[in-house]
Design a protein around this ligand. Structure first.
Ligand SMILES: Cc1cc2nc3c(=O)[nH]c(=O)nc-3n(C[C@H](O)[C@H](O)[C@H](O)COP(=O)(O)OP(=O)(O)OC[C@H]3O[C@@H](n4cnc5c(N)ncnc54)[C@H](O)[C@@H]3O)c2cc1C
Length: 442
């Protein structure tokens, strides 16, 4: 069958295998020379694509939960949505969550995902106590930050290239209510939004939406959304106070077909960006929103990736070191505005320090994510942006990538040699290979 990542680019012919028992996975590994494991396919590019794909869809049981400590142990195919559906009504939340809950725990570890709280709580792996990994020879190895450390830190962020994550133990966090107290602030330009991020450092969650078509003095004008878990006291005068852990059922809209190419052009995007920015007229607004609204706004349109039509789209996410962030972002935003190939979604976040995870993406600095349709002009633009990302000492996020060159990967991921060395050690027969790992020569 034809398969792709969330960006619908590239699409390849592949065979998908399922398993629900360990023994079945062992025989799958024995039968197939080259394969890659896949969760919910929410990575944008080609990291979960290969001629043989092993899906964890049917390996999805929660194995234990400790009500006192919040420790949960589950199989890797459990989704974040399933965890929230079961535990959020009892006052538990995820320690780190990306912008969609439609991902698996295995995918969260393999991409070492980050959320809006990276500057305070780090990435997913920081909350992971232990995992079991099946190596290419069928052997199961338990690893943790103290035991078989190398396998642990190569697997966190390792894009499925060390083995199949089978089970994971991590800690959920307590929440008093299912609501977030959200403040929205308007920023005039890039300098202003970075100032707002710095002064919001004590807020647990922060994220900004950037209008990347604005130029000149308004270059980088944006909206900052910052948030804290609301307490029962916060909700006293709101309609939510009688059942603070209950939220309305999510009714996702669906886009039933690939939209025609003409729908997205510089004029529609510009109009959308103008409206979005103008809608938030006050310089600051406070509101209570439930966790779905705050963390997963895009999940409310189930297959929004079809907006980009058959040709698909690329998400370009890079991080620049803190010292280079302002100058580098300015240059990159100027290039994008100049090209007129703006993005509907341009999301800016602040990362805190991250020491572990040989291929983990975050590092202290700012990260920007932009969506672009797959057209030749965009490919040329991204090639130019690669140059600036490298020049300012940054790197691209593997889980979003479908086009980076091997040379760029090797110059921007400082631990790539160590990772390749460990991969050879753990995956002796080089069983785990994706279209991405081949392109990047990992
Ligand atoms: C709308 C949207 C918003 C997003 N927001 C963010 C964000 O804010 N922050 C962020 O960090 N990411 C974000 N992402 C990316 C997403 O969180 C990651 O791509 C995540 O890895 C997807 O999980 P998945 O289960 O779909 O994995 P897949 O896409 O199926 O696979 C991703 C990688 O994980 C590997 N993998 C999956 N399961 C296993 C396993 N059991 N063992 C070993 N390897 C495995 C695959 O081989 C592949 O390399 C977003 C994606 C979308 C669509």
């Amino acid at each position: 069958m034809q398969l792709s990542g969330w960006g619908n680019y590239p699409k390849i012919n592949t065979k998908i295998h399922h398993f629900s028992e360990i023994e079945d996975l062992q025989s799958l590994l024995e039968q197939n020379d080259e394969c890659i494991v896949r969760g919910m396919g929410r990575s944008y590019g080609d990291s979960s694509l290969a001629s043989h794909v092993i899906s964890t869809k049917n390996f999805n049981h929660i194995l234990s939960f400790d009500e006192k400590s919040g420790l949960i142990c589950c199989q890797a195919g459990v989704s974040l949505e399933e965890i929230l559906d079961i535990f959020a009504p009892h006052g538990w939340f995820l320690p780190v969550t990306p912008g969609t809950k439609f991902i698996t725990v295995g995918g969260a570890i393999a991409s070492d995902v980050h959320g809006k709280n990276h500057h305070v709580h780090g990435s997913f792996s920081k909350h992971l106590l232990k995992m079991d990994v099946m190596l290419g020879n069928g052997k199961i190895v338990s690893c943790s930050p103290d035991q078989k450390k190398d396998l642990f830190w190569a697997t966190c962020g390792g894009m499925g290239l060390t083995g199949v994550i089978l089970t994971a133990t991590f800690r959920l966090i307590r929440m008093e209510t299912a609501y977030i107290c959200q403040e929205t602030l308007k920023a005039r330009n890039l300098e202003h939004i970075m100032e707002l991020f710095e002064t919001s450092h004590d807020w647990t969650y922060s994220v900004a939406w950037i209008d990347c078509l604005s130029r000149g003095k308004s270059l980088g004008r944006s909206l900052l959304m910052r948030g804290e878990h609301a307490t029962s006291a916060h909700l006293r005068d709101t309609p939510y106070h009688s059942s603070p852990l209950r939220i309305p059922l999510n009714h996702s809209l669906n886009i039933p077909f690939d939209c025609p190419d003409f729908l997205l052009n510089r004029y529609t995007i510009k109009a959308f960006n103008m409206l979005y920015y103008q809608k938030n007229t006050d310089s600051s607004q406070t509101s209570f929103v439930n966790y779905n609204q705050f963390f997963y706004p895009l999940d409310s349109i189930y297959s929004w990736n079809r907006i980009y039509g058959k040709r698909g789209f690329l998400q370009y996410q890079f991080v620049l070191p803190k010292a280079q962030s302002e100058t580098g972002m300015k240059k990159i935003l100027e290039e994008i505005a100049k090209s007129g190939l703006g993005s509907f979604l341009a999301v800016l976040k602040l990362f805190g320090p991250q020491e572990e995870g040989f291929l983990s993406f975050p590092e202290s600095g700012y990260t920007l994510a932009l969506d672009f349709p797959v057209v030749p002009k965009v490919m040329q633009l991204l090639h130019k942006l690669d140059y600036f990302v490298l020049y300012y000492g940054g790197k691209l996020y593997l889980t979003k990538d479908a086009r980076m060159s091997s040379c760029m990967f090797k110059s921007s991921y400082p631990h790539n040699k160590k990772f390749s060395h460990l991969k050879q050690q753990f995956d002796t027969f080089q069983k785990f290979q994706s279209i991405q790992s081949k392109r990047l020569e990992i």
